[in-house]
Design a protein around this ligand. Structure first.
Ligand code: CTP
Length: 418
């Protein structure tokens, strides 16, 4: 019996040209054995008709919060409570904003606010609307509350523009639904993730830092948590909310990050996505360094920080079974990544190119997308450029395969050839 057999899916279709893909999604869900009920927003009804949704789902379609008949028959509270999962596809910028801010002024937003069920959104909108800081802030709020997200993808849009905003394909959404409702493949495993930059004090007001946003590490922590792992996220200073359901430890310096990592052990999986400062001031000043009127500039003596990844990967006792490092490289990606895999003693390296692209925009640090190559000890695979969430999901899928391939009850290292 498939994962979706007899599962109840409440599909909310909001306004956007991608609404036509909801029809195919209903077909796929029904073929997988799920029961689908649909809520159609006023905007959504401009793109698909209640009749098409109803014909495919073989259920009445709900559109009106104020319908006396609907309330008497089903009621908006029951509609949300009877579902195993609520899927919003397409999720428009407007509905995402309503969800993030707790609006309840139509049936879709009211059902979402009244729900105690897991929610999966498949955003679809014009690239400018997607990139708008308002939408990104709303998405951040939803993610931090544990709302699952699939897509959007990049590509040509119906509006004639190209960029991020295309709704994921129905087959991809189906996979995400199965993942949300399926067995938690990493249940019972403990994971440790580092994320963000470290700040190394020069004096009480100044520090050495870097441009890491923490987006990739936070996305990995959230994806591991969704897969059922018990996750501790150790993060440097970032402007991101703590991921829902993840124990998050906030630190500033590399020394604090190492201490927090050691405290979080034992762990089965360790992912080192943080951009740890390689150096720190040898003697941070206790008082703010003053200018000398142009006579001399202060000299800051640097000393090397501990290598957290190498330390944890090299543990004789209590080494996590799968240790994954990152490599941020401006040149010679493959050569440097392979050298790091060896020198750090980790099982896998996720290598990404950093620095400005042809248009002068930073490729990875702070960006929403990433283009990575995964190096294991015996092979490498380049993944297509994708959102950091999609990269995180893929990495977790690979971790899941690795743990599935080996007997997790044995103290063996999945990354090592046995
Ligand atoms: N790392 C770490 N502790 C450090 C430095 C790096 O744990 N003190 C980890 C990072 O989290 C990442 C990996 O090591 O997983 C590689 O980081 P990167 O900055 O690419 O490499 P470095 O070791 O700093 O080497 P270099 O800066 O010379 O490329």
């Amino acid at each position: 019996m498939g994962i979706l057999q007899d599962k109840q899916i409440l599909l909310i279709v909001s306004g956007g040209i991608a609404a036509y893909k909801a029809l195919e999604l209903i077909r796929l869900l029904r073929s997988a054995g799920a029961e689908v009920r649909c809520v159609l927003t006023e905007g959504g009804a401009h793109f698909v008709t209640p009749l098409s949704l109803s014909a495919l789902s073989e259920h009445k379609v709900y559109t009106d919060l104020w319908s006396l008949t609907d309330e008497a028959e089903m009621g908006h509270i029951r509609l949300s409570r009877e579902a195993d999962l609520i899927v919003v596809a397409p999720a428009s910028a407007d509905l995402i904003a309503k969800m993030a801010n707790g609006f309840a002024n139509d049936l879709a937003s009211t059902v979402l606010l009244a729900s105690d069920k897991p929610i999966l959104i498949a955003p679809a909108m014009n690239p400018q609307m997607w990139n708008n800081p308002a939408t990104q802030a709303n998405i951040g709020v939803l993610r931090a509350r544990g709302v699952r997200q699939i897509g959007p993808n990049a590509g040509d849009m119906a509006c004639g523009e190209t960029g991020w905003g295309r709704m994921s394909e129905p087959a991809e959404i189906l996979e995400a639904i199965e993942a949300a409702l399926g067995p938690k493949k990493l249940a019972g495993l403990k994971a440790l993730v580092t994320s963000g930059p470290t700040f190394e004090a020069i004096d009480p007001v100044r520090f050495i830092g870097n441009r890491s946003s923490g987006k990739q590490g936070h996305a990995i922590a959230a994806a591991l948590q969704e897969a059922g792992a018990l996750v501790t996220l150790i993060t440097g200073p970032v402007a991101l909310p703590d991921p829902a359901g993840v124990k998050t430890v906030h630190i500033e310096s590399a020394a604090e990050m190492l201490a927090a990592c050691e405290k979080a052990l034992p762990a089965d999986i360790a992912v080192f996505a943080a951009a740890v400062s390689d150096w720190r001031a040898a003697k941070p000043q206790t008082k703010k360094i003053k200018k000398s009127g142009g006579k001399t500039a202060p000299e800051i003596n640097l000393t090397e920080n501990p290598d957290i990844l190498r330390t944890i990967a090299g543990l004789k006792k209590g080494r996590p079974r799968l240790v994954i490092g990152f490599a941020a490289e401006t040149d010679d990606l493959e050569k440097n990544a392979k050298a790091k895999l060896k020198s750090k003693g980790c099982d896998w390296i996720v290598a990404n190119a950093v620095g400005p692209d042809a248009k002068g925009r930073e490729k990875a640090f702070g960006a929403d997308e990433n283009h990575v190559t995964l190096f294991t000890r015996s092979a490498s695979e380049e993944w297509p450029r994708a959102s950091k969430q999609a990269i995180a999901a893929k990495l977790v899928e690979r971790i899941t395969q690795e743990f599935g391939r080996h007997d997790t009850s044995q103290k063996r290292r999945p990354g090592k050839r046995q």
